[in-house]
Design a protein around this ligand. Structure first.
Ligand code: GDP
Ligand code: ZN
Length: 297
């Protein structure tokens, strides 16, 4: 637990970025560069992007301050390391690049394992594409948004989703995360789709997470590629819990504890092609075998 003196003249804000011992705190319409003094180190507490903090202003003109208190965290995401995340939006493009449903599944599972609500944001709806994949994930039970960063279709719904939340934008490179961040946060000042960013991201494989303010209550966090997706801790017996469309029928499998892979009279297998999409079931089996093979050695 954290016990720091609360002082009336301190300001409140949110850490949006941390670089080399400096914490950038968004407060009102300004960003203050703050240091974390000894009191944090003594308590073994490391401020995190997303933390709500109190700070004292050292120089208002230069926007410099010192952190004085970290508010209790509602939650802490490990991958990416961000505090107080309310939701994850898995961004995928309906085309260019083509969605890869196995990667989508892995990414969804990786966030579900961290107990954070996850929804899917389909971008590039201005392009001609086979949209059946959208329905597949909708039918599986995932909340869905459709937008185009180019035509701006669907943006009001997206604003509505983001309102009052800190939302992580996850997704493969090239799906339009930077374009959307630029649209949502006028001062995000990120480059989109150009070489310098790709080089930078290649060079620093662990780019730090950064929050961008949509407004005073809403933040988004753009994450680099799929680098954080990790389901290594998942046991094969647990995998089925991350396929919500299995829940309805799996009680009817002949064997209690059926894994829906090799067992006879499996109710899940019977539903493949009707309430369970073929591609989702195939992904499930692939991931099940992947976990099985990884554990063998
Ligand atoms: P990121 O790697 O996820 O950050 O993707 P970027 O925002 O850099 O976008 C990658 C490319 O897709 C750029 O050339 C963008 O102009 C383009 N792009 C982004 N959003 C859309 C969209 O909604 N429709 C179309 N047609 N292109 C888009
Ligand atoms: Zn079964």
């Amino acid at each position: 637990m954290m016990y720091y003196s609360f002082r009336d003249d301190d300001m409140q804000g949110k850490i949006i970025k941390g670089i080399a011992g400096f914490y950038y705190v968004h407060a009102g319409s300004k960003v203050y560069e703050c240091k974390a003094k000894g009191v944090f180190r003594n308590h073994g507490v490391k401020p995190l992007v997303g933390d709500d903090v109190d700070f004292e202003v050292v120089d208002d003109g230069k926007s410099i301050g010192n952190l004085t208190r970290i508010c209790p965290r509602k939650s802490k995401l490990i991958r990416p390391a961000v505090a107080n995340v309310d939701a994850v939006l898995l961004v995928s493009s309906i085309a260019m690049p083509q969605p890869v449903s196995l990667m989508l599944d892995k990414c969804l599972i990786s966030f579900m394992m961290q107990n954070v609500p996850v929804a899917i944001l389909w971008n590039k709806t201005d392009l001609e594409a086979d949209e059946s994949i959208i329905e597949i994930y909708e039918k599986a039970g995932f909340e869905t948004l459709r937008v185009s960063a180019i035509s701006k279709a669907g943006m009001p719904k997206l604003y509505e989703f983001l309102q009052g939340k800190t939302t992580v934008l996850a997704g493969a490179s090239g799906v339009g995360k930077s374009s959307l961040t630029n649209l949502l946060c006028r001062r995000a000042e990120m480059e989109t789709g150009n070489l310098s960013k790709k080089i930078e991201r290649g060079r620093h494989t662990t780019r730090h997470s950064e929050l961008f303010a949509v407004n005073r209550q809403s933040y988004i966090c753009d994450t680099p590629g799929f680098t954080f997706v990790c389901i290594d801790a998942l046991k094969k017996e647990e995998l089925k819990h991350f396929y919500p469309e299995f829940y309805d029928c799996e009680g009817e499998c002949r064997f209690h504890g059926c894994m829906h892979v090799r067992e006879p009279d499996c109710a899940v297998k019977k539903q493949v092609g009707s309430t369970i999409a073929k591609i989702r079931y195939e992904n499930y089996v692939k991931l099940y075998q992947e976990i099985e093979n990884a554990r063998r050695y």
